[in-house]
Design a protein around this ligand. Structure first.
Ligand code: FES
Ligand code: MG
Length: 595
């Protein structure tokens, strides 16, 4: 298959040869070589004709969720070496979801750009993408899609389950619960910190079905990871073995010339949408998956999420929609068990290709479910029709709602009007960005009651650069004490995947891009109809036009100034959340390694 002649199995010259072994240009070859020799790689290795494999390292002390990749990379290297390749590890711009100000959402496209430059500009024949924390996964897959050299993803894996007094505590989700307990006066500040910290007992990413578990599961459903890779907890020995096998496989992929464009077909995106519904995946998934599709050049839009995903039931019983956590998900069979269960109903495009050279059907068929409490059978789901609904109306062109987390209490309060069982109406209370919300939510003057809808604007990719995860807002403390633990939240920002809040979010266009959320006022009545997907302010057309004129006369919706150069650059070229929030000019560049 290989032959160390500097070609792949298809007889195509490895791109690294242009740097390291080009007799027609000895000057440059010598220059390229000498510096990579300086830490001990030998000329024998670099001119051997063996594939040079990059390890895109997203782990660092600044990225604790992905930090275990520093350890795993050693096993990846051993796999690469064993299969006849040479490993070159390089750093990726760190992204840590909860630590980055103003929001990690700002950095996905920056890490993407950085990876594109590295993969295009250096002598790499293939790459292992180390993925984990929320934005690291889409950033890596988007970059590999643009450059289109052979690429395989490796999850770092979730943390072990968290426990507090014998009960499971899940990352992020426990924060929302602990906040309510503190608001009710049940725990004090030190107890609050202890309770939240109990959810993070080991290295790895969030152990709930937040954006990290979602995106790692979807990277597998897309065919970009070895089967079974996504769910293995970070500290397990199986994770080390998977790192080794991933390293071996990427060398074979270079010889087979198996590129992202060969794997990321429309069928694979369909599978990602279906799996996302079945796992109860994060509302960040459509943003990231649509972005990957745009960079590889596959047609996919926000409406596909409802058309292909809404009817799919929720099978995976993980917090926040359910009870369990990452270790349980792994023992129950992870993504292959979910895919197999969906295959029994014909919901998966079984011929979709994957990185191991087999189809997803071949990989997952007959995978048993290890625990039917954690991964439910199709005929005994946690919830029917668990996918997203796409809403639109005079408030925005599109926004999504994760129906799997709507509580019964919420349904009773808003949805059980016999005349119109899937419509709800309420009075809007509007906040401009997270600071405004934190400042005013407990202000009695807002007169928030159990029929209020909370609006968050100025939180989209332009308004709060990168789009803040702030749409899930808690009710004021006085309502929580009365037992009202959630109100409908609507906004142009994102929501943490670990939140169980019944929100309508990712509204596009955002207020800062001319959307009508900008003209909404506290006290307006708003009507949402989940049957028709309509979301409207109940004011006359003429009043909408008048308010729009007034807004334009005042110079449009005001948002905070840029704090860094990148905020200004991204604000000028970023697309809306419904379109993946990609950098618009970047979509014009595709398959760079072939050009
Ligand atoms: Fe990094 Fe959740 S904060 S995975
Ligand atoms: Mg998140």
């Amino acid at each position: 298959m290989t032959g160390n002649n500097g070609s792949n199995g298809a007889g195509k010259k490895l791109r690294s040869r242009a740097w390291f072994d080009n007799p027609e240009n000895p000057d440059m070859t010598a220059l390229y070589l000498e510096r990579y020799l300086n830490f001990g790689l030998s000329r024998e290795e670099l001119q051997s004709g063996k594939p040079i494999i990059g390890i895109a390292q997203t782990g660092s002390d600044l990225s604790p969720c992905n930090r275990h990749h520093i350890v795993l990379a050693e096993r990846v290297r051993e796999g690469i070496r064993e299969a006849g390749g040479i490993a070159i590890e390089f750093p990726v711009h760190p992204i840590q979801e909860t630590g980055k100000r103003p929001t990690a959402g700002l950095d996905r496209n920056l890490a993407y750009l950085g990876l594109v430059e590295v993969l295009y500009g250096y002598p790499l024949d293939g790459v292992v993408l180390t993925i984990g924390c929320d934005k690291t996964t889409p950033a890596m897959l988007m970059g590999a899609a643009t450059v289109n050299i052979p690429a395989i993803a490796l999850s770092v894996g979730p943390m072990l389950n968290g426990y507090f007094r014998g009960e499971r505590t899940g990352s992020g989700t426990i924060v929302w619960k602990a906040r309510q307990m503190m608001a009710k006066g049940e725990i004090d500040y030190p107890q609050f910190i202890d309770l939240v910290a109990s959810s993070a007992p080991s290295t790895g990413y969030c152990n709930t079905m937040g954006t990290a578990t979602t995106m790692n599961s979807l990277a597998e459903a897309l065919g970009m990871q070895l089967p079974g890779s996504a769910a293995i907890p970070a500290p397990y020995r199986d994770r080390q073995e998977m790192a080794y096998r991933t390293g071996k496989r990427i060398v074979e992929m270079v010889h087979e010339d198996l590129k992202p464009s060969d794997i990321l077909t429309r069928d694979n995106f369909h599978n990602a949408i279906v799996v996302n519904s079945a796992i109860g995946g994060s509302t960040n998934a459509p943003i990231h998956i649509n972005a990957i599709a745009r960079h590889i050049g596959v047609e996919l839009d926000i409406d596909d999420w409802q058309e292909e995903g809404h009817k799919v039931p929720l099978l995976v019983n993980l917090q926040p929609a359910g009870e369990y956590l990452g270790e349980d998900y792994y023992h129950a069979g992870g993504v292959p068990a979910v895919v197999n269960e969906l295959m029994t109903q014909g919901l998966i495009a079984e011929n979709a290709p994957t990185v191991n050279g087999k189809t997803i059907g071949e990989n997952c068929r007959n995978t048993p479910i290890g625990d039917e409490k954690v991964i439910r059978r199709f005929d005994n789901p946690l919830k029917a029709e668990a996918g997203f609904l796409v809403l639109r109306g005079n408030l925005f062109d599109n926004a999504i709602m994760k129906t799997s987390v709507i509580s019964q209490e919420f349904r009773d309060r808003y949805l059980n009007d016999p005349a119109s069982p899937n419509a709800f109406e309420g009075k809007a209370v509007v906040f401009d960005g997270p600071e405004d919300y934190h400042h005013r939510i407990d202000d009695p003057a807002l007169a928030i009651d159990e029929h209020t809808m909370l609006f968050m604007r100025g939180a989209g990719p332009i308004g709060y650069p990168g789009a803040a995860e702030v749409v899930n807002m808690r009710p004021p403390a006085y309502l929580i004490k009365k037992g009202i633990t959630s109100l409908p939240c609507i906004g142009d920002g994102r929501q943490s995947g670990t939140s169980g809040s019944p929100s309508i979010l990712n509204a596009s266009p955002e207020a800062a891009a001319g959307g009508n959320l900008a003209i909404l006022r506290t006290g307006d009545r708003v009507r949402i109809d989940l049957n028709t997907g309509a979301a409207d302010i109940l004011i006359p057309e003429e009043e909408i036009a008048r308010r729009r004129q007034e807004l334009a006369a005042n110079g449009g919706y005001k948002y905070p100034q840029n704090q860094t150069p990148w905020q200004e650059i991204q604000r000028g070229i970023v697309d809306q959340l419904g379109n993946g929030a990609v950098l618009k000019p970047a979509v014009n560049y595709q398959r760079l390694a072939q050009t």
